[in-house]
Design a protein around this ligand. Structure first.
Ligand code: FAD
Length: 342
């Protein structure tokens, strides 16, 4: 039987985790719950741990609780034309879940990944101690960089309770441009936000002052829209992400095409391809993994099949185990969720 608990504060969550650690009871952490999690007797949800803690638009910082959705964050920031540059296609996801999965926006080509958005975090370790890392100043890193450590930690080190996000002004104009050759557009355009190649064509995304956006449209193709029209998210039954060195994107894309997907979204200059299949199996996954073995990995993000989600234990596993021992010595958090960690 599973008990779902939704603490109203980080301190309350820490008390619950301390009790679970003393009893050795496994706990699964949950944001909006978009990701399938292994069964655990306790599910700790951030559903109530939500909302704005502090907003300083002039300092370009926003502090929110982990259960705040990306839509809510966008809503708060829109009034002052600011953005936290978080994933574009996940409005109902929580900032805690996005940070824990290291999910980044398409705009990372221009602004960097999500780990560079988070400048402070308050969290509870697996043994129930509340700690704070980073700071609310844009230049702040001294000592151990807890915000970056927690980004992509998949909930195995602690519960993220509160994060301070660095903000960016939204430029006045933007456009989505249909391009013939996405690699050429990536090489020649001045700081595009993203250059995406999909099964139905290639798009470049630009933002800036009106004159600069108009010039990019004139030079590189047809403006599909005078706004940023991101492709619809991959919603097929099976969704994998191919993550390779940016220079290896072309070869990885050939392997993806050979696997006959229904959908794909390849990010030029980043090296990530999100791929959607209606029909999928272990053999297709193995062939894709073999094709990119020397340049990257294939991660199963969503499936109804019993597949190996990660495919490999990373070279850094010894460091990961040391960190797990430090942050969650009883091993109660998201057990079995990451490869090579109990
Ligand atoms: C292996 C994997 C990799 C992914 N990578 C990407 C990516 O690169 N880009 C992308 O756009 N999407 C990615 N996703 C999809 C991702 O699940 C969603 O984009 C989103 O981040 C999930 O938000 P959520 O609120 O639904 O979190 P949930 O689905 O509820 O949780 C997601 C994960 O985060 C943990 N978690 C949730 N809240 C907290 C918290 N407060 N503290 C600590 N841990 C917490 C959960 O235990 C779980 O491990 C990935 C999914 C998987 C399965």
């Amino acid at each position: 039987m599973t008990t779902v608990l939704a603490p109203a504060s980080l301190e309350e969550a820490a008390d619950l985790l301390r009790g679970a650690a003393e009893d050795g009871t496994p706990v699964a952490l949950r944001g909006s719950g978009s990701q399938d999690m292994p069964a655990a007797p306790i599910v700790l949800s951030t559903g109530v741990l939500a909302g704005v803690v502090e907003y300083k638009p002039d300092d370009l910082t926003l502090v929110v609780r982990a259960g705040t959705t990306l839509e809510e964050i966008d809503h708060v920031l829109a009034v002052r034309h600011l953005s936290a540059v978080l994933p574009e296609d996940a409005p109902s996801r929580t900032i805690g879940g996005v940070m824990a999965t290291g999910a980044s926006p398409y705009r990372r080509l221009r602004y960097g990944p999500t780990r560079e958005r988070v400048i402070e975090v308050r969290m509870s370790t697996g043994y129930g101690e509340v700690i704070r890392g980073g700071g609310r100043l844009v230049k702040n890193v001294t000592g151990y960089d807890i915000p970056r450590l927690m980004t992509g930690s998949h909930g195995v080190l602690g519960l993220i309770g509160e994060v301070c996000l660095k903000l960016w002004p939204r430029p006045p104009a933007g456009a989505t441009i249909a391009v013939e050759d996405p690699e050429e557009a990536f090489q020649q355009m001045y700081q595009p936000l993203a250059v995406l190649e999909t099964e139905s064509g290639s798009l470049a995304f630009v933002e800036g002052v009106h004159e600069a956006v108009d010039a990019a449209c004139a030079a590189f193709g047809d403006a599909v829209s005078n706004a940023l029209e991101w492709p619809s998210p991959i919603s097929n039954e099976h969704h994998v992400s191919v993550r390779v060195r940016p220079s290896a994107l072309g070869d990885a894309l050939s392997a993806v095409r050979e696997s006959v997907p229904e959908r794909f979204i390849a990010q030029h200059g980043v090296g990530r391809i999100d791929v959607g299949y209606d029909e999928f199996d272990a053999d297709r996954l193995a062939a894709l993994r073999e094709a990119v073995r020397d340049v990257g990995v294939v991660v199963v993000e969503r499936t109804t099949l019993d597949l190996d989600r990660w495919g490999i234990v990373p070279d850094t596993i010894a460091v990961q185990r040391d960190l797990k021992q430090l942050f969650d010595p009883s091993g109660i958090l998201n057990p079995g969720h990451l490869p090579g960690l109990a």
